[in-house]
Design a protein around this ligand. Structure first.
Ligand code: ADP
Length: 263
């Protein structure tokens, strides 16, 4: 069993990933959609804001309005587009948001800390949060019936509130819940780069024990991928590969070890 996550930032080659996955039946696909959310928010005239945690992790500020845009973009548009594309390629894909069947059950953060011009502020109406439980039996049910699941945030709380959960970390949690051997995180760069502006500076291997020291290389949202990788390995996944979605056969290449292998 394999869990593949494809990013939603600009420059991702989602179609490369779908073409590569179409003949397979041994995976769960998880996707984000940050670029779709940005574009839809802009089209609707709803400004996007970002918050930076004191440790330097950047997240989207998701108030009620943004949560609505987030759901429209990820579930309404992107998930449906991915599922219909997979079906056109002969794959029996089923799209699920984290809300369907309580697939991704979590907790909303009561307040998040953000650094603004060097000052730490508390933001209270943010709908971001973390997934605490994955409904693995629902995923298994689909597998057993011959379907391949395509999963995206939002997640949901036990009270039915939607949560903006990070798709990399969702993928890690799905991988743990499904006892996957490998988690592949496909993105718009060739892997974890020693020098973020130099695509040739891919760090080929990160020994699990040294993951925290490699955090220094990751800025912004790359940090979340390393956090996700750590959570996956902690939960029993054997190998995490961060690799490019920009060439053909991205899943095959990642499984062959091209990119950054964390094991
Ligand atoms: P996705 O939507 O594909 O998951 P993200 O924007 O969340 O993409 O994360 C990938 C981005 O992380 C890269 O485009 C790059 O700008 C940024 N980044 C920061 N530090 C690094 C690094 N050391 N190596 C590679 N990418 C990095």
């Amino acid at each position: 069993m394999l869990v593949v996550k494809v990013g939603g930032a600009e420059g991702n080659g989602i179609d490369n990933v779908l073409l590569d996955l179409a003949p397979r039946r041994d995976y769960v696909l998880v996707h984000g959609g940050s670029n779709e959310v940005d574009q839809l928010a802009e089209a609707l005239g709803r400004p996007i804001r970002w918050i930076t945690s004191p440790s330097g992790v950047v997240s989207r500020y998701t108030d009620r309005d943004t949560m609505e845009v987030f759901t429209m973009a990820l579930t309404g548009k992107l998930n449906t587009a991915i599922v219909s594309r997979l079906q056109s390629l002969g794959a029996p894909a089923v799209g699920l948001s984290g809300v369907d069947g309580g697939l991704l059950l979590g907790r909303r953060k009561e307040a998040v800390r953000t650094v603004d011009h060097g000052r730490v502020l508390l933001v209270k109406d943010d709908h971001s949060g973390t997934v605490e439980r994955v409904n693995a039996s629902l995923i298994q049910l689909l597998f057993d019936a011959g379907y391949v699941p395509v999963i995206s945030p939002p997640a949901v709380t036990s009270r039915g509130e939607l949560i903006n959960a990070d798709a990399d970390r969702v993928a890690a949690q799905v991988a743990v819940a499904m006892k996957a051997d490998t988690l592949v995180l496909l993105t718009n760069v060739p892997g974890l780069l020693r020098e973020p502006s130099d695509p040739a500076s891919v760090i080929a291997e990160v020994p699990r024990a040294q993951l925290s020291s490699f955090m220094d290389f990751a800025y912004g949202r790359m940090k979340k991928k390393l956090i996700a990788a750590g959570e996956a390995l902690e939960g029993g996944v054997k190998r995490v590969v961060i690799a490019s979605s920009q060439q053909t056969d991205p899943v095959e290449r990642a499984l062959d070890g091209m990119g950054t292998v964390i094991a």
